[in-house]
Design a protein around this ligand. Structure first.
Ligand code: CP
Ligand code: NVA
Length: 319
């Protein structure tokens, strides 16, 4: 945990660093202090749940989604309401964006009407462009590059279940260069924990990404047993991310990468299993393991709400 004592602003603990955050576009761009402050705020808001907040009073936040979602949409809509604001869900098919209106024009229109935007889409650049042209706080709710809201919820879950990540080994078994793994690798870079990624060679991060990451605490292997051995957290995700549904040949490469009881026998005795969900039982995770670790996995899903409320509070203060 951060040594810095959090300031209390409007009944929520936020460090000065968090106070000046304008957007939440990636884990890559966050500092360790911002991550720690968001997690402290999330834990506080979780304890306070049921006492309605006013941090977003009078504000409308748009959710612009061009991919499917259960957890992200519901947790943001509930979180915005619990903070006193009004969520406006805008599916791509319902707005002119879906008929080719440019992102920058959509951004300039919404920036004059709503107070913040939460975007789930394919290209990271679209979220960056929206943030630049709208002039309002913008949150990445998943792109092909990153899933920062999920990683904050995952870190909160690790704090709750294991007391933190110091001297812990975290393993990720699956697609080594998905939005989830990329966000995990940046989190490891910032926070310094040991991260072992096991992935088929064809799905491993390219050398130029690893050079840019420059994190000796992140190791990449094709051997799932090597990654799982001694790990305190075993993390996985779908083999085919949204937008890759037709790539059956890619899926075939993952036959040896299922998180199942045999693989977990190599992990640390007090290990936990994380899955961002949705899960495909019998593929990236066995039915048995998912149900055995359901308590943690659905706590992880609930923590999306608390982590995202912390993001919303931090961004509302930056306006
Ligand atoms: N984990 C996650 O982002 O779930 P959804 O796709 O349901 O939002
Ligand atoms: N990597 C997955 C995450 C889903 C929450 C995807 O992009 O589909």
């Amino acid at each position: 945990m951060s040594a810095a004592l959090p300031l209390r602003l409007n009944n929520s603990p936020l460090s000065p660093t968090t106070h000046f955050m304008n957007h939440l576009l990636s884990i890559e761009q966050l500092s360790a202090r911002e991550i720690q402050s968001l997690l402290e705020s999330a834990a506080y808001l979780k304890r306070q749940r049921g006492r309605d907040g006013t941090q977003l009073a009078g504000q409308t936040w748009a959710l612009i989604f061009t991919k499917s979602s259960t957890r992200t949409r519901v947790s943001f809509e509930v979180g915005i309401r619990e903070l006193g604001g009004f969520p406006m869900f805008l599916s791509k098919n319902d707005i002119q964006l879906g008929r080719g209106e440019p992102i920058k024009d959509t951004a300039r229109v919404l920036g004059r009407m709503v107070h913040g935007a939460i975007i789930r889409t394919f290209a990271q650049q679209d979220v960056v462009e929206f943030s630049e042209f709208s002039g309002i706080p913008t949150i990445n709710a998943l792109t092909d590059d990153e899933h920062p809201c999920q990683i904050l919820a995952d870190l909160l879950t690790i704090q709750e279940k294991l007391g933190g990540w110091e001297n812990r080994k975290i393993a990720f078994i699956g697609d080594g260069f998905s939005n989830m793994t990329r966000s995990w690798m940046w989190a490891a870079k910032h926070l310094g924990f040991e991260l072992a990624v096991a992935s088929p060679v064809s799905c491993q991060p390219p050398a130029d990404f690893l050079t840019e990451l420059d994190a000796p605490n992140v190791t990449i292997t094709a051997d799932p047993v090597a990654a799982a051995t001694g790990a305190h957290v075993i993390n996985t995700d779908v083999w085919l991310s949204m937008g890759q549904e037709g790539q059956q040949e890619k899926e075939l490469e993952f036959a040896d990468y299922q998180v199942e009881s045999g693989l977990l026998s190599n992990a640390a005795p007090d290990h936990i299993v994380l899955h961002c969900l949705p899960a495909y039982r019998g593929k990236e995770i066995s039915e048995e393991v998912l149900e055995l670790h359901a308590n943690t996995i659905f706590q992880q899903a609930e923590n999306r709400l608390h982590a995202q409320k912390a993001i919303l509070v931090a961004l509302a203060k930056s306006r």
